[in-house]
Design a protein around this ligand. Sequence first.
Ligand code: BTN
Length: 147
Amino acid sequence: MGQATPFLLVLSLALGAHGLSDKKCSLIGQWVNDLGSTMKILAVNSNGDFSGTYLTAVTATTNKIQESPLQGSLQRRNQKGQPTFGFTVNWTFSDSVTVFTGQCFVHENGEEVLKTMWLLRSRVNNIENDWKATRVGINIFTRMASK
Ligand code: BTN
């Protein structure tokens, strides 16, 4: 065994490990979260702007749930993968707005996951009720199997 063999072994292991964590996350596609809500992101432009649709599985209202538009922004400065992003859902069936912020991670097995936090702002009738108008939570999105 030549002297170069252990070196090449270490090099290939390092490159292999780096290759795994370097897999880029793409927001484009269909996602489902831990509540069963789904979202579809159609395209991300060169500025990182994106749009799509959101179908929530739950609502804080008694209104009939309808698909709602989302507008977002993907951070493009970081080209190292696993980017941060934010998006707003403007609910078509309620007076509320939700903002999500999160990061796209890639598991060792290559599966992408979106770890997010959200603020849901509901409309209240007067300023005295402002204190109870905002809910906060987390959602974890995974990619839906493409049909
Ligand atoms: C509303 O009830 O006024 C609009 C629907 C809000 C749904 C919330 S947004 C945060 C959480 N994540 C979801 O997927 N749905 C709920």
